[in-house]
Design a protein around this ligand. Structure first.
Ligand code: G3P
Length: 226
C-alpha cells in the first residue's frame, strides 16, 4: 500500500518526504484554511507542494459549484504542474466534470465518497483516484472500515478503461485517524492511505518498540559504564 500525506502544511510534507515513504499528497479546503493561507496564494501554495514532492501526485481541490466551473477550475489547477490531481467532491455536477477532464487526460481524485455506488460512478466517469472516508463514519457511530471494505470490493470487481496503464482507478483510504485504519485498509487491498502527519507519526511507534528502546539504552549504559 502507498502512503500519501493528508495535509497542506509545507513543513509536514517536507518532513514526511524526507522519510522516503511518501507517494503523494492530498489537500482539501479545510487543510489549506488551517495553514492560514489566503485565497490569492492558493495556487502558489499548490505549486510549492508540487515542487517539494518532485513529481508525486498532489491533489488540489476545486471549490467550484457548477460543472462548467469545475471543468474550468480543474484545467487551471492541472496547468499549475504536471503532478497536480484535481480533487472534486462526488455530486451530480462533478461526474460530468470528471468525465470531461479525464477525456483531456486530467487526473481527478473523487472525494467525499461514502458509498459503493458513489465510488462505482466515480470510476465509471473516469476518476483516476477515489477517496472513501473512514474516520467520519466512525465519528457518527458507524463502522468506517466495514464501509471502506464494501467500496474496495465493489470497485475492484471491474475494469474501467481510463487509467489502466497507470493502474487506476486507485482507492485512497481517506479520513484516516489511527494506525489500525492503515492496517485494515492494507489488509483489504486499498491501494493508498492518505494519512495526516500526526497519525503517520503514530504509525511509526508502538508501545513495545518504545519500551524496547528504553531497555536497550539502559542496558547499553551499563556496558559503557563498565
Ligand atoms: O482529505 C480528505 C479526508 O482525508 C479528510 O479527513 O479527518 O477531515 O475526516 P477528515
Amino acid at each position: 500500500m502507498k502512503f500519501f500525506i493528508d495535509t497542506a502544511d509545507l513543513d509536514e510534507i517536507r518532513e514526511a518526504a524526507s522519510w522516503g515513504v511518501l507517494s503523494g499528497v492530498t489537500t482539501n479546503p479545510s487543510l489549506y484554511a488551517k495553514t492560514g493561507g489566503k485565497l490569492a496564494d492558493f495556487e502558489d501554495h499548490m505549486v510549492k507542494i508540487c515542487e517539494i514532492c518532485d513529481g508525486l501526485p498532489v491533489s488540489a481541490e476545486s471549490t467550484a459549484e457548477t460543472t462548467e466551473e469545475m471543468i474550468a477550475e480543474g484545467k487551471r489547477l492541472a496547468a499549475l504542474a504536471p503532478n497536480i490531481v484535481v480533487k472534486l467532491p462526488i455530486c451530480e455536477e462533478s461526474l460530468p466534470a470528471c468525465h470531461a477532464l479525464a477525456a483531456e487526460g486530467v487526473r481527478v481524485n473523487m472525494t467525499l465518497v461514502f458509498s459503493a455506488p458513489q465510488a462505482l460512478l466515480a470510476a465509471r466517469a473516469g476518476a483516476r483516484y477515489i477517496s472513501p472516508f473512514v474516520g467520519r463514519f466512525d465519528d457518527i457511530g458507524d463502522d468506517g472500515l466495514a464501509q471502506l471494505e464494501t467500496v474496495v470490493n465493489a470497485v475492484q470487481n471491474y475494469d474501467y478503461g481510463y487509467w489502466d496503464a497507470e493502474g487506476g482507478p486507485e482507492i485512497i483510504t481517506a479520513s484516516v485517524r489511527t494506525p489500525n485504519h492503515v492496517t485494515q485498509a492494507a489488509l483489504m487491498g486499498a491501494d493508498i492511505a492518505t494519512v495526516p502527519f500526526g497519525a503517520l507519526k503514530n504509525c511509526v511507534h508502538h508501545p513495545l518498540t518504545d519500551q524496547g528502546l528504553e531497555k536497550f539504552a539502559a542496558d547499553w549504559k551499563k556496558v559503557v559504564e563498565g
